[in-house]
Design a protein around this ligand. Structure first.
Ligand code: SAH
Length: 370
């Protein structure tokens, strides 16, 4: 995919007006959001804690509610911001779900983010409960295949009075009323040590971050396959996560820039660099959107994502390949790791010269030159 195509916003007709979407964000316009949008009856101050591109947020605002849509992923955020420019009553913020104040919303709408893991869902639910005023309602949407029953029971423990208000095949929407007090959401950091390139590092990650709690084996394979001498080189890390690739490179003297779409991951990597006493440029970015076009690097590294919202989506990975090419100096090198079934080398051969594959620890490490 061309970078221009990746970054282009297009418009989707919905029953409540046009909504912006774009590659990297489209997978969230799914039937669960539409079921939630059809089911909710809200007014006053409404918080959408997992808006995606805003299908349910827009339905809420069309009922006259003043909607705060908090999204932490850049592709969705960019689409939401474009939509908010057209819809009064839709306020969009780049904000993590647990940054709530007590008792400030009449209703909370929430699509369970099961693909982000249990710690994330627990925090979504705890945050929703805390943010509601007494008597306010949580509208909780999930699919049975992705563990709705379990999450519904967690929400009942946090809130109280509950009923299922909509069903569509395996999809469910429940409404839960806040009866008593709710505890402030408690964020548990995941921390672990790992030896990388012969040195021990401590990595910490917030809930919902890729491979929080352990070094991803693909990332480990990639980082060990990188050149030994990186001191003084400028390195771009596409999809930097909590910094598994960049931190060891920075420790070896590289000047690193991390681009990362998830705010939880951005904050995690900032924490890891601060604790290690190392500097890096860390940007909340949808692929290379936050990076000036003329910025060039000696090395680009990436363990690209191939899932969005739990589905295999290769738009983002293909845009990563194009961005690596766009931001590499002539003579520079791009290193990417992937599961063996993903044929990224096909895209890479179209843009780069001297594309070489190696299998390291069961993963494919692809090296390409510009
Ligand atoms: N480099 C890290 C993370 C690799 S996983 C590590 O090795 O542990 C891929 C990362 O890409 C995830 O952190 C994910 O949040 C991020 N990502 C997904 N879509 C993105 C996009 N559109 N722009 C930038 N980063 C994205």
């Amino acid at each position: 995919m061309e970078l221009d195509t990746y970054h282009t916003i297009s418009w989707l007709a919905t029953p409540h007006g046009p909504l912006a979407h774009k590659p990297g964000a489209t997978a969230v316009a799914d039937p669960l959001y539409r079921l939630l949008a059809r089911t909710i009856r809200v007014r006053g101050a409404v918080l959408d804690l997992n808006p995606g591109i805003g299908v349910a947020s827009l339905a809420a605002s069309s009922q006259g509610a003043s909607v705060s849509a908090w999204e932490e992923r850049r592709p969705m955020l960019r689409a939401l911001q474009a939509s908010a420019a057209r819809h009064r009553g839709l306020r969009v913020a780049a904000r993590l779900p647990w940054r709530v104040s007590e008792g400030t919303f009449d209703d909370v709408i929430l699509v369970i983010g099961a693909e982000r893991g249990n710690d994330w869902v627990r925090l979504q639910i705890a945050s929703a409960a805390f943010a509601l005023r007494p008597g306010g309602a949580l509208w909780l949407a999930g699919s049975k295949k992705q563990g709705f029953e379990r999450y519904f029971s967690w929400a009942q423990e946090a809130l109280g009075g509950a009923e299922i208000v909509a069903r569509d095949k395996g999809l469910r929407v429940a409404r839960l009323r806040k009866n008593g007090d709710a505890a402030e959401p408690l964020v548990r950091l995941r921390s672990f040590e790992a030896v990388v390139r012969g040195r021990k590092y401590r990595f910490t990650a917030l809930p919902g971050v890729f491979s929080a709690g352990e070094l991803d084996p693909g990332s480990a394979a990639l980082v060990e396959a990188l050149p030994q001498k990186v001191s003084g080189l400028e390195v771009l890390d596409l999809g930097g996560g909590y910094g598994a690739l960049s931190l060891p490179l920075a420790a070896a003297g590289a000047r690193t820039t991390l681009l990362e779409s998830s705010l939880a991951a951005v904050e995690s990597s900032r924490l890891n660099f601060d604790r290690a006493g190392l500097a890096a440029e860390i940007l909340h970015s949808d692929v290379d959107e936050a990076l000036p076009a003329q910025r060039l690097y000696d090395i680009v590294v990436s363990n690209p994502p191939f899932h969005v919202g739990g589905r295999v989506v290769l738009d983002v990975a293909e845009a990563f390949v194009a961005a690596a090419h766009a931001h590499l100096r002539p003579g520079g090198r791009f290193y990417l790791v992937a599961n063996q079934f993903l044929k990224y080398e096909v895209w890479m051969r179209k843009l780069f010269s001297d594309v070489r594959l190696r299998v390291v620890a069961g993963y494919k490490v692809i090296q390409a030159s510009k």
